[in-house]
Design a protein around this ligand. Structure first.
Ligand code: NAD
Length: 482
């Protein structure tokens, strides 16, 4: 791998994301030689840490995520880290940061390249972007910025943030990260669709009855009540992860696998996204909150959650496009907290066809993203000792050894940022379409709240509210994953 010279500045260097994901991912890239001699990382946060203390934290983070660690390598890697106590709202602190970045650039011969990473609460993103511009923090080489989710909380705020960021960065220098796009089975969707005639030829509205996307979490909001109250399941999961997965499932075939070709195919699809009407939202979307009879499990009793909260911890709904191979096919989704188990999966449900044997099971293609990485296709065959048809699964799985080699999503995506590949990042024009859809639903729900409509409730650790079945277009449709 080519050694990429760069000074990386992480805003939120003492945070959970930096510790659990970014430091281990950077270490793996360092071990592979992508970043090696000519790089330094400046971790910033408000706490008065020293360089030494940050380096200890980085080494701890590596130990927590790796079974075996080469101590010398970890120490060498950590020696590239510098800590800058920094309040993102203080102008003077940016001057100090700029000076440190320039000194390190000279020392590590980083060629004026800068990579900024916003690993902080989203309310600070705009402030940081404005200061990067006003205090001229960008370097004389390449400049890139990684922006964590959520990018805005509606279209208007996303537009404002985008304006603040584009004051210093061009669109192709902005990497809006969605770690689901770094997951093995999400990255497998396009190869699966376009390299197999068996699959490609049936991936259309004539053969597919519906598509179902489930992102189920076992955990509740835990200590994140304050943030979650400003978000809810729709903004937290649908606006980004679910829409990205749906886009990969429904987009037309790209002309090539270049980033431009893939984004242009995505855009073609998203231009045909149907924004639901008020009436459709009432019938085709279901929101709910977890609330067991044992009140300890109720969302409204969680720390920093309002007892009158109208924030949904579950949402199910439908997406449709007017163009692309599955134009008009309902794409159902659901996501929520306190499900029976953690499970991220996609089910492609094929239409039934008449056959001389009579009753046969439906063919489904299931892509399990988490916790297992696997694909299986349900097919029909004959029963061995009696007449009739039995159902079998054709399964595509990984060996333990292969699974051990699968890089974490953050490692993959950081690698892409270093090599300037934006294939698996969200473009502004795509994000705008996602927000338009989300805003339509949020506006409708806001009206319902003002009318005093009560949110549905669901029992924790099951499959969400039974009312979610009302989103199906026909009585023959149901969730494949129950
Ligand atoms: P966190 O609360 O653990 O960390 C926030 C960081 O910001 C800390 O370093 C804190 O010291 C710093 N900070 C707060 N106020 C500051 C100020 N005024 N000036 C300077 N520094 C300040 O948050 P996190 O969980 O690491 O999340 C960071 C971002 O990453 C968020 O956008 C989140 O949505 C996203 N994200 C996190 C995860 C995860 O697993 N933690 C996963 C996906 C996305």
């Amino acid at each position: 791998m080519k050694n990429i010279p760069v000074i990386m500045i992480i805003f939120g260097g003492s945070g959970d994301l930096a510790h659990r994901k970014l430091y281990p991912a950077l270490f793996n890239l360092y071990e592979q030689g992508l970043i090696h001699d000519n790089f330094a990382v400046i971790g910033t946060a408000r706490r008065p840490w020293s360089h030494e203390y940050l380096r200890e934290q980085v080494i701890d983070a590596i130990h927590e995520t790796h079974d075996q660690v080469d101590e010398n390598s970890a120490k060498d890697f950590a020696s590239h880290f510098y800590y800058q106590s920094h309040d993102v709202t203080n102008v003077d602190h940016y001057e100090t940061l700029k000076k440190l970045a320039q000194d390190l650039d000279d020392r590590y011969n980083a060629q004026g390249n800068r990579l900024f990473y916003m690993a902080m609460a989203p309310r600070f993103f705009g402030t940081i972007a404005t200061h990067i511009n006003d205090q001229h923090l960008t370097g004389s080489g390449f400049n890139r910025i990684v922006v964590e989710k959520p990018f805005g909380r509606d279209l208007a705020s996303a537009e404002k943030l985008n304006k603040q960021i584009t004051a210093s960065f061009d669109e192709d220098e902005i990497f809006r990260i969605d770690h689901y796009l770094g997951k093995e089975m999400v990255q497998n969707i396009l190869p699966l669709r376009f390299t197999n005639p068996l699959i490609k030829n049936i991936w259309n509205k004539d053969n597919i009855k519906n598509i179902q996307v489930t992102l189920a979490e076992r955990l509740g909001v835990e200590a994140r009540g304050e943030y979650y109250e400003t978000s809810g399941a729709l903004r937290d999961m649908v606006q980004n992860h679910i829409f990205q997965i749906i886009t990969l499932l429904a987009m037309p075939e790209p002309k090539s696998i270049s980033s431009d070709a893939i984004h242009s195919a995505k855009q073609e699809l998203l231009d045909s996204l149907i924004i639901p009407t008020s009436e459709q939202i009432k019938h085709e979307f279901v929101r709910a909150q977890y609330a067991g009879s044992d009140t300890t499990f109720a969302y409204k009793k969680e720390p920093k959650v309002s007892p009158d909260s109208t924030t949904e911890t579950y949402v199910a709904g439908k997406v449709k496009f007017t163009k692309g191979p599955v134009a008009g096919v309902p794409i159902y989704f659901r996501t929520g907290k306190e499900f029976k188990e953690k499970k991220n999966r996609i089910d492609i449900v094929l239409k039934h066809m008449n056959n001389p044997y009579g009753k046969a099971h439906s063919n489904n293609i299931t892509i399990e993203i988490d916790p297992k990485s696997k694909i299986y296709i349900t097919i029909n065959g004959k029963k061995i000792t009696e007449s009739g048809i039995r159902r079998e699964d054709l399964t595509y799985t990984f060996s333990k050894e292969e699974l051990a080699k699968v890089p974490d999503g953050y490692e993959r995506l950081l690698h892409d940022v270093f090599i300037n590949d934006s294939t698996n990042f969200t473009h502004w024009s795509e994000l705008k379409r996602y927000w338009s859809f989300i805003d339509a639903i949020e506006d409708e729900w806001q009206k319902e709240n003002e009318e005093g409509n009560e949110l549905l409730q669901y029992v924790p650790y099951r499959m969400g509210p039974v009312e979610a079945k009302r989103i199906f277009e026909s009585p023959t449709e149901h969730w494949i994953y129950e």
